[in-house]
Design a protein around this ligand. Structure first.
Ligand SMILES: [Zn+2]
Length: 131
């Protein structure tokens, strides 16, 4: 029996999850988050595109992980997010991650950031539509 070989292009979505720990304070917020505190953040990076019939891939997971390590994690893991963003809300962090990765990751469509396990922000670029 012959093995299956997909020689046509089909679209697929690829997602990779990352974690980092960081401190922040929200300078415009009236409440506990005005004070410096920390979170264990989780975020996913999603890419969409056509599966290359030759490689069978949309993108190389290793390339995605390398870009995130160099461009995002190296700048925010075990750091103070206010050194990067003046007002590091989950919304602004998700946007910063997206815009930082966009030049390096063709097909990037979404960043989903969890500041706490039950609440997340989804950012899909500057096209004006929410999740
Ligand atoms: Zn916080």
């Amino acid at each position: 029996m012959p093995t299956i070989d997909y020689v046509d292009a089909r679209r697929a979505r690829l997602e990779v999850e990352f974690h980092f720990a960081a401190a922040h304070r929200l300078p415009r917020y009236e409440g506990p988050c005005f004070r410096m505190h920390g979170h264990n953040y989780t975020f996913t990076v999603a890419l969409e595109g056509e599966v290359d019939p030759a490689t069978g891939m949309v993108a190389d997971f290793g390339v995605v992980k390398g870009a995130v390590q160099e461009q995002v994690l190296a700048r925010c893991d075990h750091r103070t997010l206010n050194d990067v963003l003046e007002n590091p809300t989950a919304e602004n962090i998700a946007r910063w991650i997206f815009e930082t990765l966009e030049p390096r990751l063709p097909g990037l469509v979404e960043v989903r950031l969890f500041e706490i396990p039950d609440s997340c922000v989804v950012y899909r670029g500057g096209r004006g539509r929410a999740a």
